[in-house]
Structures are given as structure tokens and as C-alpha cells.
Write a protein that binds this ligand. Sequence first.
Ligand SMILES: NC(=O)c1ccc[n+]([C@@H]2O[C@H](COP(=O)([O-])OP(=O)(O)OC[C@H]3O[C@@H](n4cnc5c(N)ncnc54)[C@H](O)[C@@H]3O)[C@@H](O)[C@H]2O)c1
Ligand SMILES: [Zn+2]
Length: 357
Amino acid sequence: MPTFEVATPQRTYQAVVERGLVSRAASYLPEKARRLFVVTTEDVWKLHGQTLERGLAGRSFSVVFFRGGEGRKRLGEVERMAEEMVSLGADRSSLLLAFGGGVATDVGGFLAAVFMRGIPVIQIPTTLLAQVDAGVGGKTGVNLVAGKNLVGAFHQPLAALIDPEVLSTLPEREYRAGLYEVIKCGVIRSPELFRLMSEQVDAVLGHAPDAVDRMIAESVRIKAEVVSADEREGDLRRILNFGHTYGHALEAETGYARFLHGEAVAFGMRAATHLALLTGLLEAEDARRIIDTVDRYGPIPTLEGVSAEAIVNRLASDKKTLQGKVHFVLPERIGQVRIVSGVDQSAVVEAARATLG
Ligand SMILES: NC(=O)c1ccc[n+]([C@@H]2O[C@H](COP(=O)([O-])OP(=O)(O)OC[C@H]3O[C@@H](n4cnc5c(N)ncnc54)[C@H](O)[C@@H]3O)[C@@H](O)[C@H]2O)c1
Ligand SMILES: [Zn+2]
């Protein structure tokens, strides 16, 4: 069973990747009797609630429902759920289980971070994106009208329980969106994972357990390693943003409505790859392999009506902009990236234009 240690100043914990893990969740609960609160969405509970219930092995728990959706990732929802927890008898010694996609794990994690100044949380992510990204690393938060994830906290879980089996019910489009984050992990740090994603497309798209489990485990290993070296987004953690600079700009430009996050990252990886090629950082053969592999998992929704200028104008207002400078994570070769700032503006526009086609 692949288990990866996440060592942060806040806490050291295990991220476990194993089929059927949800039905064995009890073995990861602390011995001490604590009241358990499962924060989840109705769809996930309907599909997998019975399995988790079995996994809790007779421990009593309460379910706090969250209606889900990026638009509900708001402070108001956190307040409502906190009130509900109090009315259900939650106190400082309670334990929260965040069970769902990245929206639920971000909101549930944040609720745990602030409820009575912080109670422990176990993350049980149920989308591919949440399994390889949101559920590991301790970033939690909610959106403001002004932007995504602008209020939040670092709150590391007691454990991250990643069960690839729950992905069998995931809508195809959500699954493919998560696959782009897996490709990202390969490009930034693992030629082996990249090879799996480029050579076993049919197995991956067909949910072949061996390929799926390997790609998730390798992605979680990378996330655990990066977060352990750098919990709070210094240079190393920023490599996880490969494809996200242009990607966030595309999401914002299309009002967060046309593209799923992972699909925007697919666009962003292609644009960053073009940029790396234009700036002479990356060889043409590697650029071709990255772009081909991203395309094999497509298509993403149409880019019609989006202009290169509009994308580039959005870049400057990205949250990850540091002191007014746009930083790009650019591949040098497959498995290695570099953080680059001060890139020539005309190349930035040209890369966007080439990607928009
Ligand atoms: N904290 C972090 O480090 C981090 C990293 C990446 C992304 N995120 C956040 O994650 C969010 C996106 O997460 P997401 O892509 O998982 O979206 P999501 O949470 O909205 O889930 C997508 C949909 O799938 C449903 N679903 C979840 N699991 C399912 C299953 N097993 N079967 C069927 N349906 C299922 C959800 O209820 C939802 O309707 C964003 O808000 C983003 O900011 C956070
Ligand atoms: Zn992402």
C-alpha cells in the first residue's frame, strides 16, 4: 500500500493511496473517542456514504451537508456549518472528516481550521483533482467576490485517505480535468509519470486500475515531497503552479464558467510550453511531447472569442504575482521546471496566441 509521509512544521502525517480505503477509514481515526463530523455534499454521500459509514466501523458520527459548487465556497457557508456543528454538539475535541471533491475538502478543511480555533481534520478526497492535489498539503479556504481562495488557512490534516475506487462514479469530464494535473506532476518532477501518461492513454482513460493507481500514487508522492520541503509556497512549492499562470488567466477571462480548473491548466501548460520553447529553455522535441500528451486527453471546450491580449492583461492581476512581477513555471526538460520572471512581454503574448490557435 503506497503511503507517503508529509512532513510540515505544523504536523507530520500520512497520505495513503489504496483501493477500498474508504471502507477501512476507522483504522486512521485517533484512538481517543471524539465526536465525528463528516462534511460532504449530497451527491458524494448518496454514492459513497454507505461505504464510509461501513468504514467508520460503528463509531457514531453526524453528517453536515454542504451544497457544493465553486459558488458556495464562501464564508457564509462556513458560518452556517459551524452553527450546525454546535447545535449537533460539536466541541473542541471533535474531529472533522472532509469527504468530497476539492470544493468540499477546501471548505471542510477551512471549517476545521477555524472551528473553536481549530479542530483536527482527516481529508478523504473523492475527485481525481482533489486526490492528487487539494486533499494533500494543508491549504484550505474559501472565495471572495474579489477572487478565488482569498480567505484561508494552512491546516494540515491528521491523514489524507485516497481511495481510487471512488473515482468510478466520477463524471468523465471531471476525471479528464484531473488527469491534466497528473500530467503536470510528470512534467515538473517525474519523467516516469509523464511516460505513463503519454504511453498508456487508453488504460488511463479506461480507468484500468493498475494505471490509475500508479498515476495517483506517483502524483501524491510528488505533492507530499514538495509540500514537505516547502509548506508555504517558497520556490519549490511554486513549481506546482506549472500551467496555472496562463490557466488562471483563462479561467478568469471566461468567468469561471466555460472551463473546469484542470481544463484551464491544460491550456496553461500548452502556453507555458510554447513560452519555454520561445525563450530557448526547452527543446522542440520535449515541447512536442508535452503538447501532444496534453492533447491526447482532450479536447477542452472551445477557446473561441478569447484573445491573447485579454489573457496577458489578466496575468498581472494573478494572486501568485509577486511584487508586481509575473512568474512563470517553465519546463527545461520533461521532469524539470524552472521559475522564471522578467520574461519578454512579446514572447508572453506570442505564446498565448500560438496556444489559442
Ligand atoms: N487546497 C488545495 O491545495 C487545492 C488544490 C487544487 C484545487 N483546489 C480547489 O479544488 C476545487 C476544485 O475541486 P474539484 O475539481 O474536485 O471540484 P468539485 O469539488 O466541485 O467536484 C466536482 C463535482 O464532482 C462531484 N463529485 C465529487 N466526488 C465524486 C465522485 N466520486 N463521484 C461522482 N461525483 C463526485 C462533486 O460533488 C462536484 O459536483 C477548487 O475550488 C480549487 O480551488 C484546492
Ligand atoms: Zn490546479
